[in-house]
Structure formats: C-alpha cells, structure tokens
Design a protein around this ligand. Structure first.
Ligand code: SF4
Length: 435
C-alpha cells in the first residue's frame, strides 16, 4: 500500500472552517505544500469542500476537508453552506480559522458545532502579521483554548499549527493498535530472536519482546522464540518458512545471514519506531548518517534510565558500528529518561531507543522537536541496520517506509529541502525496564 493509499475511513478527517477569505485555503496549502485548494484574494473562491488525503508527518494518514465559507449569501451560497454543514458531521478534528483580532457570533457558532459533537478543535488566528497583538477572546480563555497564530500565505506559524493538530488529535488515532499484528495473519508463525547474553536481564524478557509475543497471540498467530545461535536450526526444522523474523537489533548481521532472503526480517526496535513513534520520519532521519563526518555530534537518547553494562547497546555497540561506518571519531552524548533537550541545534543526529516505556504522543513530540529544529532523528534498530548495510532488508515488511526511503533518497539526490515540522510534547515515561 502506498503512502497515500490508506482507506478514506482510516484517515483522521480534519475539517477546516471559517469565514470566507480568512485564509483557510492558504493554510491548507501551507501545510500540504501543494496547491490543492484555489487560493485567491477574492472572497468565496472555494466553491465546494475540497478533500485532500495526505500523509501528515507524524500524524499519519489524514483527510483535510477545506470548506466553503458558511456565511455565503445567495442561492449558490446556500448550496455551499449546506455542503459545509455536512462536513461538521464527518469531522474528527475541527480547525476554526479566523483573522487575528476578529472574533464574533459567527466564530462562536462554529465553535458550538464542534462542542455539540464533542469534536476536538484547533483555533487559528491567521493573518497575524497584520495585527501587533491579537486581543484575547474570553470564550476561548474560558474553554482553555489557546489560538495558534499564523500568517499562512508567508508560511509563518505553520509548524505551530502542525503541533496543535498533534496535540488535539484523538488518542485512539494517535495510538497504534498493534506492534506486528498487522504483519501476520491468523495461524502464521513469526520467529523472534532474543539473544540471552550479559545484557539480557536475569530471569525475564524485556518489554518489547514480551509485548510482541502478546501481540502475536492477540492476532491468533504463533511465536517461536529462539536465541540467535538456534535460528538456522529452528528455521530448517519448520515445514514452511516463517511469515516474519524479528530480531534484537544487536544480532542483525547474524540473523540476516541465517534468515532466507525471501523471509521478511526486521527488529524489535524498528517495530517500536512504528508503534511508539513515526517510522517514516525516523527512516528519513537515518539517511542523514551518510552526511556524518569525523567530529560529528550525536545525541543518543533512551526513554528509560537503566544502568548500562559493559557491552551496552547505546554506549558501546552503536557508537562502535557508527564510528566504523563514518570512518572517524564521533562526539557522542547520552541522555536517559525524561531528559531531552529543548535546544537540539548542537547535534547533527539524534538516535533514539524504541521508547517502549513512552506513550506514542510523547515520542512523537520528540520527533517533532527534532524536525522543527532541522535535526534528523533515527532509532536504534534503523541506525544499526543502516550501519551494517542491511537497511532495505530491515524495512522489507514496511512497504510505505521503503517508499518513503526511496522518495527521501531522491530528494537528497536532488538537494530538495527537508520538510520541517514543529515542536514537542512532554514525555510521560515510567521506567524500570532494560534494553
Ligand atoms: S532503552 Fe528502555 S525505554 Fe528504550 S527501548 Fe530499551 S527498555 Fe525500552
């Protein structure tokens, strides 16, 4: 399935409402960076709701619905207005656009429609460049709604708008329903490769492994759990090849060698990049490894605060593989738990763990913060696969991520600018697990 092929019903429907000529179409164009709506200085140019399905990083598949102004007059206006009110009923997340400093009965009415339907709403004061400081609106203050200030035609405030969409998106849209259940069918067998070495905690498996097993069982699939040394023997004994092999990223090379090429292979932390964060963003971020030079500054961030041991993945193994790949000394800093800097500008790359102890909104916040500041962010499994030369293979189970990788490679080859996004959310990790 391509990036824009998600069924319409699975997309978050974002309806954009507001008077004519407040800049709804400009706002949509600014965030989509495509001329999907007609932008004009004349009121009422947008005659019908215009729908634009897109993959909005890092929210995922959304459907923007750009409405005609419902203050239209005359027969044509009534037709437009009817279509607009229908859009309220299928809006998961409403966007009310008004000009900075202009709020009246009309905006109150739109807000009432959202509140009646219990739909989350983002209020945008557009054309904020024309007003020095917009007057506060008591209704919004009472409802604790902070308007986003934009000047969409100049592209200002669009990053804040994107953040506000993430903040307001319903939790059931934010949270991925499955770790790998969508990669297997009922009755399929997945092989999970779990090294039992000095790093493995005594007497138990770590959270990503346990959750993956549970996810397979919830999907009526089967899990065969083996150490990396037993993988080849285990696969040889199967009557049919497994549907999927998932390995601890640290064993990637051996597991890639022992897994038949036609069996999809990935790692737990790549699964968690998708489950807890945004795989597409982190795949794109991984390509920045090719830009690293000797002396590059790298932040390695872990969501929990486990005590590192001798051959720790974040402190020893990833630095070693990355240094070998880059061919020069790297300046690497580490952060754990809730510590994550507001200002990321001094790093050339952020490498994050699978964040199994975070909720997804918290991890998305970190990804957004990086992207807002133009700092690429990758993930343990992705950066290991890339450094070891098996990146494409590790992405084989995720066609959309592969497609995004190829598109990003093409953009990089053409020196197209990276798409900036906006800032983050506080993490809420509770931590006592070990990677
Ligand atoms: S470092 Fe901690 S939070 Fe991150 S994936 Fe490993 S166990 Fe989970």
């Amino acid at each position: 399935m391509g990036l824009t092929d998600a069924p319409r019903g699975m997309r978050l429907h974002i309806g954009i409402f507001g008077r004519r000529n407040v800049g709804k179409s400009s706002l949509l164009n600014a965030i989509t960076r495509q001329d999907v709506s007609i932008v004009s200085d004349f009121a009422g140019t947008t005659t019908d709701p215009v729908e634009k399905p897109m993959e909005l990083l890092p929210l995922g598949p959304v459907l923007f619905i750009d409405t005609a102004g419902i203050d239209d007059v005359g027969v044509l206006g009534e037709l437009r207005a009817k279509k607009t009110t229908q859009v309220f009923d299928r809006t998961d997340l409403g966007v009310l656009v008004t000009e900075a400093g202009s709020w009246g009965e009309y905006e109150d009415g739109i807000l009432d429609e959202f509140l009646e339907r219990k739909a989350p709403v983002v209020v945008v004061f557009n054309k904020s460049d024309l007003v020095s400081k917009p007057a506060p609106v008591k209704r919004l203050q009472d409802l604790k709604i902070t308007p986003v200030l934009t000047a969409a035609s100049e592209g200002r405030g669009v990053l804040d708008f994107r953040q506000a969409l993430l903040d307001a998106a319903p939790p059931d849209f934010i949270d991925n329903p499955t770790i790998l259940g969508d990669l297997v069918n009922s009755g399929d067998l997945a092989v999970l490769v779990v090294p039992i070495d000095k790093e493995a905690p005594r007497g138990r498996l770590i959270l990503p492994q346990v959750q993956s097993i549970r996810d397979l069982m919830d999907s009526d699939a089967m899990a065969l759990v083996v150490k990396e040394r037993e993988l080849k023997n285990a696969i040889d004994r199967l009557k049919r090849p497994p549907k999927l092999v998932v390995t601890d990223s640290q064993a990637f090379l051996k597991v890639a060698a022992d897994t038949p090429p036609d069996v999809p292979l990935t790692s737990f932390s790549i699964l968690f990049s998708r489950f807890k964060g945004d795989l597409t963003s982190q795949v794109e971020g991984t390509l920045a490894v090719d830009d690293l030079k000797s002396g590059a500054r790298i932040l390695i961030a872990e969501a929990c605060s486990h005590h590192p041991i001798a051959e720790d993945i974040g402190r020893v193994k990833i630095p070693r593989w990355l240094t070998q790949y880059v061919g020069g000394k790297l300046n690497i800093e580490h952060m754990q738990g809730h510590d994550f800097p507001d200002d990321l500008s001094r790093w050339d790359l952020v490498i994050h763990c699978g964040a199994c102890t975070f909720n997804r909104r918290a991890m998305l916040g970190r990804i957004l913060r990086c992207r807002q500041q133009g700092v690429p962010i990758t993930n343990y499994g992705l950066v290991i696969a890339f450094s070891l030369g098996i990146f494409e293979r590790a992405l084989q189970p995720f066609p959309a991520a592969l497609e995004a990788m190829r598109a990003a490679q093409a953009r990089r080859a053409g020196h197209a600018p990276a798409e900036p996004v906006t800032a983050g959310l506080p993490p809420d990790a509770a931590v006592d697990d070990l990677c």
